[in-house]
Design a protein around this ligand. Sequence first.
Ligand SMILES: [Cu+2]
Length: 138
Amino acid sequence: MKRVLFVLMLIIAAAFLAACGGGGEEASGPEPVSFTVTGDDAFVYDPASLSVATGAEVTLTFKNIGGLDHNWILVTEDTDVLTVTDANAYAGITAGMTTGGTEKTFTFTAPEPGTYKYVCTVAGHAAGGMVGTLTVTE
Ligand SMILES: [Cu+2]
């Protein structure tokens, strides 16, 4: 009888260890992502929409393929893009002013889930259509 109990305890212990060891493959968070967005003198961002999981580390390259200055700043969805300045960048997420033919690469952590906009703050550019959408998912 004692032996049966001992074997039973061994089986329970083995099952317990197996259950605990199984968690090793679990991801620790969302995968990091890299985006390249171009901006041009027709006031077009390409792509004009991006999607990323909240908490993901984002490496963004903003490539100014025009001749004018352009930039890429993140703002909340309800921001009036016609009056926005670099100082309004959500959580300081901005490429900064980027001269024609140059690019800037920077990283940020994807914010809380929701819809955000990215916009060029050079006078007249957002009005001309230089606005994109960043969707942050759960
Ligand atoms: Cu611009």
